[in-house]
Design a binder for this molecule. Structure first.
Ligand code: XLS
Ligand code: NI
Ligand code: NI
Length: 437
């Protein structure tokens, strides 16, 4: 049965194509820096936005037209939706997908029933994966929608809720392993606070760390080989989320002796909500060897919340790809479109336009970044800019050979530092613009 009868497989037609249902830049087999675009970009469709978002907002219910939906949240509907999702991904040519446990299967009356529902849908997911060759980039547990998580999950004041969350993650890890998931994501849904008057922050942070340690133990126990990822976000739904930004997560992982077990899944809109650029967050994670995967989207400069729009800005995708190429890629991570069509874009075909645009924007960013790297226009400048550290006193400092006394002696003899040189920011910005075609 075809759920998108008006769409054939989306093909690469080249930059001159005027066909809106074609790729103009994403050419999966094209080789850039020795790898195919498919291998570089590792695109994933996210189940929650693409299959479950009906476009509701605080002012009105969803109005998306999804002819396959029967209005129920039954297991049968969940199974039918899997068929829809895989037809969509097959036609789009997305090699991966991501889900929350609750996106793919409905909750039952209790944990046992809920797990049984999930098992029924997982069977079908597996079948569709085998039929299409589409793989699971990551799974995650939804520890924020159900009212039981009103005070958080691992950071709830209610110990029973911690236990329920642990059981839910245990099951989701098993399922992710069963489906060959390459990563597992922890996004701290409601792990944060609204008001410090009612919050024992220290205790909550300790509990969050305990939860992660338990997950690491269980991962080893079942032999799940996927990469664990934490996804930082500064606020929303809580006023202050504990996994605020990359720097806060790195510090948390180090304080609680978890750093060797996790990397980060960095999301564009979360970076900007934290007052950073995406490039800053990626560069910070990468500098620590902790950049694992990305949630590709964008916010709106004029709106202060997580609008999760599809990425279209070539400047943004070029910046992302400069960092990603700079660290030799993201695998086993990838580029997950944690993005949703606008409420006004309510037809099924809009899902194709949205993903095609995002994939093309990243493919173009990849090609632009690769050219900038091939010409070494930025890297040569940076190398030059730091040359005082390659020899002489700079080298001695980096090698730990001198202390304050030697440095004082050095400066007393020299009198004054060598003259500073311009940072040439505007010249470099002009050079980057030359490549943005
Ligand atoms: C929400 C997060 C969420 C995670 C997965 O803002 O981006 O969608 O990616 O739980
Ligand atoms: Ni996300
Ligand atoms: Ni988000």
């Amino acid at each position: 049965m075809a759920f998108f009868p008006e769409v054939d497989k989306i093909k690469y037609e080249g930059p001159e194509s005027k066909n809106p249902l074609s790729f103009r830049h994403y050419n999966p087999d094209e080789v850039v820096e020795g790898k195919t675009m498919r291998e570089h970009l590792r695109f994933a469709v996210c189940y929650w936005h693409t299959m479950r978002n009906m476009g509701g907002d605080p002012f009105g219910p969803g109005c998306a037209i999804r002819p396959w939906e029967d209005g129920t949240d039954s297991v049968d509907m969940a199974i039918k939706r899997v068929r829809v999702a895989f037809e969509f991904m097959e036609k789009l040519g997305s090699p991966f997908y991501c889900f929350h446990d609750r996106d793919v299967a409905p909750e039952g009356a209790n944990l046992k029933e809920t797990n049984a529902n999930l098992d029924k849908v997982v069977k079908v997911l597996k079948e569709e994966q085998q039929r299409t060759g589409i793989r699971l980039l990551w799974g995650t547990a939804n520890l924020f929608s159900n009212p039981r998580y009103v005070h958080g999950a691992a950071t709830s004041c209610n110990a029973d809720v911690f236990a329920y969350a642990a059981a839910q993650v245990k099951k989701c890890l098993e399922v992710t392993k069963e489906l060959g998931g390459q990563n597992y994501v922890f996004w701290g849904g409601r792990e944060g606070y609204m008001n410090l008057f009612n919050t024992d922050m220290k205790r909550e942070l300790d509990h969050l760390a305990r939860f992660f340690h338990l997950a690491v133990e269980y991962k080893k126990k079942i032999g799940f080989e996927g990469q664990f990822l934490i996804e930082p976000k500064p606020k929303e739904p809580t006023k202050h989320q504990y996994d605020y930004d990359v720097a806060a997560v790195v510090a948390f992982l180090r304080s609680y002796d978890l750093v060797e077990h996790f990397k980060l899944n960095v999301e564009t809109n979360h970076a900007t909500l934290a007052g950073h650029t995406m490039m800053h967050e990626l560069a910070y994670a990468s500098a620590h060897g902790l950049l694992g995967s990305i949630d590709a989207n964008r916010g709106d400069l004029l709106l202060g919340w997580d609008t999760d729009q599809f990425p279209t800005d070539l400047y943004l995708t070029t910046e992302c790809m400069l960092v990603i190429l700079g660290q030799g890629g993201l695998a086993p991570g990838g580029i997950n479109f944690d993005a949703k069509v606008r409420r006004e874009s309510f037809e099924p075909i809009d899902l194709f336009h949205a993903h095609i645009g995002g994939m093309d924007a990243f493919a173009q960013g990849l090609k632009i970044a690769a050219k900038i790297r091939a010409d070494k226009v930025l890297s040569d400048f940076v190398t030059q800019r730091y040359r005082s550290w390659d020899t002489g006193i700079g080298q001695q400092i980096e090698q730990g050979k001198v202390g304050f006394e030697e440095l004082e002696q050095y400066m007393l003899e020299k009198g004054n530092p060598d003259a500073n040189v311009s940072g040439r920011q505007e010249m470099l910005e002009n050079i980057v613009n030359r490549y943005l075609r």
